[in-house]
Design a protein around this ligand. Structure first.
Ligand code: NAD
Length: 366
């Protein structure tokens, strides 16, 4: 098949292209940027801005058999819940989806996948950390806790309207906290698993790890390979969705930290600080996906965290190798404003100071 993946420079899109190529498809990727950590396997990769309708017309220049639309302006709690990026998030992602659907209609694209989010679920059903309700039918009356969630809800409806009015087959997944190697880990857009892995890896044995909130918030996290399995299962089915693709293995943020500490074989003191945390509780409800697609994730959270932790450890090691190989030592590529996401201390000598590295705030994934 000829397949187009939008957002192919991002975390899920990059892994998706790799899997589609393994399955033998011809794939065009598109993004504002190439993947950050390894080369794309796409046969063709167009760099461009999906907010620009002229670029989108050039991108969708043929009748692709399938399109996966994953491009969005998004990030972890530090990006979505502070309110600082609300206008961008809504404007950018809505424009991308409007342009993509218009181009699909004009090229008579038969099938498109849209990646929605658990963030569409109403805040009022996620106040009790032990008993959140994220069944698909509870999405309305709508009250997402972020503008990111509102835009996703709008776009779900947009895709469904194009299906009804223009005959495009649509598949909509509501992803719940996808994580794994090659995801954002230090650029301000990382989510809880990556942020916690990084902080644990950096921290000195017996030191502190800072966590946003009280650590009692609950979430579930799905490993990237499982996410792709669920996505393909949906795309190859005759079920439109929207349907949850997530894990039902709910864990507190404290519990997530404990799991990473076990993997790292470290002991740290948890320090709770104020920060954007999102809803109190969130867990995937997989009744519908099990019923319609006979799908459930096969891997535990711990099984996914181990390769993720090791990958982040590798990233840190290569940052240090790079720092060592230059005579004037640079800081590791953290955000320049380090109060939220932490930074490595800059040694005054030419040797990177691993022991004095700090671990600060902990974004809680949405
Ligand atoms: P990501 O940020 O790594 O990937 C999104 C990609 O879209 C980025 O590479 C970005 O450059 C690209 N993009 C943004 N604006 C663009 C534009 N104007 N033109 C072209 N490309 C543009 O995110 P991800 O984690 O890979 O998520 C993929 C999709 O899944 C997103 O739609 C996201 O909202 C959704 N989702 C992800 C999660 C998760 O936990 N990762 C959870 C729920 C939903």
């Amino acid at each position: 098949m000829k397949i187009l993946v939008c957002g192919a420079g991002g975390f899920i899109g990059h892994h998706l292209v790799r899997r589609l190529k393994k399955e033998g498809h011809w794939v065009r990727g598109c993004d504002l940027k190439f993947p950050r950590f390894s080369r794309s396997n796409a046969d063709d990769f167009m760099i461009g801005d999906l907010r620009d309708p002229y670029f989108v017309r050039q991108l969708v220049d043929q009748r692709f058999d399938e399109i996966y639309q994953l491009a969005a302006d998004m990030g972890g709690a530090g990006y979505i819940f502070t309110g600082e990026n609300d206008a961008d998030v809504m404007h950018n992602s809505a424009n991308i989806n409007l342009n993509m659907l218009d181009a699909c209609r004009k090229r008579a694209i038969p099938k498109i996948f849209y990646s929605s989010s658990a963030c569409i679920y109403p805040e009022y059903n996620q106040m009790d950390p032990d008993n959140p309700n994220c069944a698909e039918h509870t999405a309305y009356p709508a009250q997402p806790d972020s503008e990111y969630g509102w835009e996703k809800l709008f776009s779900e409806r947009l895709y469904l309207a194009y299906m009804r009015n223009h005959g495009i087959a649509v598949r909509i997944a509501r992803y719940h906290n996808i994580f794994g190697p090659e995801g954002a880990w230090n650029d301000g857009k990382e989510k809880a698993p990556a942020a916690i892995c990084r902080k644990v890896a950096i921290a000195e044995e017996g030191g502190d790890i800072q966590i946003w909130g009280d650590g009692k918030q609950t979430r579930s996290f799905l490993y990237i390979d499982e996410c792709l399995d669920g996505t393909f299962r949906l795309m190859r089915s005759d079920f439109t969705g929207p349907v949850n693709i997530g894990s039902e293995e709910m864990v507190t943020i404290d519990g997530l930290v404990d799991l990473v500490l076990t993997i790292a074989n470290k002991r740290l003191n948890k320090v709770y600080i104020k920060g954007p945390t999102g809803v109190r509780g969130r867990n995937s409800n997989n009744s519908l996906v099990q019923q319609k697609l006979c799908w459930a994730p096969g891997r535990s959270l711990r099984e996914g965290l181990a390769p993720t932790y090791n990958w982040i450890l590798g990233q840190l090691a290569s940052c240090f190798r790079e720092a060592l190989s230059t005579s004037s030592v640079r800081s590791i590529p953290e955000r320049s404003s380090s109060t939220r996401l932490g930074s490595m201390s800059k040694p005054t000598t030419g040797t990177p100071d691993f022991a004095n590295a700090t671990a600060t705030g902990s974004p809680i994934a949405h």
